[in-house]
Design a protein around this ligand. Structure first.
Ligand code: AMP
Length: 112
């Protein structure tokens, strides 16, 4: 199944792209949950963290470092949150691994 994120990577549907390199793409979330809400998506189709292989370790690290860079570029020095939803109980709706980067307001805890 081709997910919406694969279609964005393939330029089959539009998205507001914040960053792209050989390993990942970052886009604005279409339904933002905070004043700033981006997604960092690996170009390799890894379905979810729970199905990542050991060999995917550099990609997973790259996603977090990219999220940090974007957070600082966006001026989120006051703080930000990185979230990865995994599986139905985790709130995952798109089966292509993605890191949420949220900021721009005081985020509450615990999450819903
Ligand atoms: P998750 O629920 O963790 O799987 O996150 C999926 C995220 O993708 C949600 O926050 C959606 O708002 C977002 N999303 C779905 N379709 C698009 C799209 N076409 N462009 C940008 N973000 C999207």
């Amino acid at each position: 199944m081709t997910t919406v994120f694969q279609k964005i990577i393939n330029r089959e549907i539009p998205a507001e792209i914040l960053f792209e390199d050989d390993i990942c793409i970052s886009i604005k979330d279409i339904e933002p949950q905070a004043p700033f809400h981006a997604l960092i998506i690996p170009k390799k189709v890894i379905t979810r963290v729970g199905e990542a292989d050991n060999e995917d370790e550099p990609i997973l690290g790259h996603l977090l470092i990219t999220a940090k860079k974007i957070a600082l570029e966006q001026g989120l020095e006051q703080g930000f949150r990185i979230v990865i939803n995994n599986g139905s109980d985790g709130g995952e709706t798109v089966p292509h691994l993605h890191v949420h980067l949220l900021g721009g307001r005081r985020l509450t805890w615990p999450p819903g």
